[in-house]
Design a protein around this ligand. Structure first.
Ligand code: MG
Length: 420
């Protein structure tokens, strides 16, 4: 669905009606203030108050939602500049779950939206204190660190907070892509290794202790060590897990088996891919921590929102004690083999049922929480339909290369058979 001002207006009407007073924030995308104004008008016309947070990171907005009936963030997260989206937040810092999203979507199909009389429309106000409150909350939690750190904000929403926060922590901060700009002129908003060449070079050139990179709205965070080597995905997940988890961890189905080896005594729950599923499971299980290799980290003792700003502060504190490359060096790395099988889209339902039957025939524990996750004694595989192209993705991991290849080829041949 394209996010138009009409849609934003209706979303505002619906959430103002169902939930009440609404906090609204946005990242610097060019369509942000237009959608913000439309959504604001919708909330007011429902009779609820609209509170403007302005340009803020997603975790700043989600934490701020605690004082209102709900929060709305206008952002397309890590996606390219032309995109935009609307993400809704509960007062406890958790994103709207599937049931809540469905309720909003159903209500959008209404043919008319009631507007109260002139003296019953909502009041508009702004809350300029959310960034300071977010910074204060993190400073109370993490304390001082005197490292030299390069921060790459992607010209996104974290320009407003991460360099400021790290300076207040006592760090020597070099900020790049730190002017908000909805064209994202410095790099693509997704903090992948390929998109972070400037950060990696700057860390080396400035002899910094580490580099930090965010996506467009700051719910993601990845890092670079002092040599300029990318540290993200399962490695960064493992570093946080090692520090944070005592009894329970939540990760999506695609996270590495290294977590089981690092935490032989803890319970590990695996969910569908997506930070809202991880957050919901953390809440349900009362887990210590949850995260996704894509760079979202959830510290439930701080907030149920993936807070890339808080995660940056936590990593900086770790690196103040020991260099990042040394910390990473302690995490085992297991070989992962990835591939894909093409199929014809007309036959998708048949392919799916053949694939299900053939994967069930393999001697492995099967979970279908998201695609097919096959747990073998000494490794695992994941088979999932791509969300963007007519391909079935296959991934296998084991502690050694030969066994990973063996698992991969077994699962790949079942997948090829079903797709043919
Ligand atoms: Mg994001």
């Amino acid at each position: 669905m394209d996010v138009t001002p009409e849609l934003a207006l209706k979303v505002g009407m619906v959430i103002g009606d169902i939930y009440g007073d609404t906090l609204i924030g946005r990242d610097p995308r060019l369509t942000g203030s237009m959608l913000d104004a439309a959504l604001n008008a919708g909330v007011l016309s429902s009779g609820s108050d609209a509170i403007e947070a302005g340009l803020v990171s997603t975790p700043t907005l989600a934490r701020g939602a605690g004082n209102y009936a709900c929060g709305v963030m206008i952002t397309a997260s890590h996606n390219p500049a032309p995109y935009n989206g609307i993400k809704l937040w509960n007062p406890d810092g958790m994103a709207f779950d599937e049931d809540q999203q469905r309720e909003i979507e159903d209500a959008l199909d209404r043919s008319s939206f009631p507007v109260p009389s002139w003296d019953r429309i909502g009041a508009e106000s702004s809350n300029p204190d959310l960034i300071a409150a977010h910074v204060e909350a993190i400073l109370k939690d993490v304390g001082a660190s005197k490292v030299r750190v390069v921060v790459d904000c992607a010209c996104g929403a974290t320009c407003t907070i991460t360099p400021l926060l790290l300076r207040k922590m006592g760090c020597d901060v070099i900020a790049i892509n730190a002017q908000p700009d909805g064209h994202f002129p410095g790099r693509e908003p997704e903090p992948t290794e390929e998109n972070l060449a400037a950060l990696r070079a700057t860390v080396r050139a400035c002899r910094a202790d580490l580099g930090i990179a965010h996506d467009g709205d700051g719910d993601r965070m990845v890092a670079v060590d002092r040599e300029g080597t990318f540290v993200g995905g399962d490695l960064l997940l493992a570093l946080f897990v090692r520090q944070e988890v005592r009894t329970g961890l939540v990760v999506p189905v695609d996270a590495s088996m290294v977590l089981e080896d690092l935490l032989p005594k803890a319970k590990i729950w695996r969910t569908r891919v997506g930070d809202v599923y991880v957050a919901a499971e953390i809440k349900r299980r009362n887990a210590d921590f949850g995260g996704e290799p894509s760079g979202t980290w959830i510290f439930p003792r701080a907030t149920l929102c993936p807070d890339g700003v808080y995660a940056a502060a936590r990593l900086v504190s770790m690196v103040a004690e020991r260099p990042l490359d040394e910390l990473v060096g302690e995490i085992p790395r297991y070989p992962v083999i990835r591939g894909a099988v093409a199929y014809s889209t007309e036959g998708r339902a048949k392919v799916e049922s053949r694939l299900d039957a053939s994967l069930r025939g393999l001697s492995a524990d099967l979970s279908t929480v998201d695609g097919w996750r096959l747990q073998f004694e000494d490794g695992w595989a994941l088979v999932r339909f791509s969300g963007t192209e007519p391909k079935i993705r296959v991934l296998a991991e084991s502690r050694n290369e030969a066994r990973a290849k063996e698992i991969y080829s077994t699962v790949l041949s079942s997948t090829r058979g079903a797709a043919a």
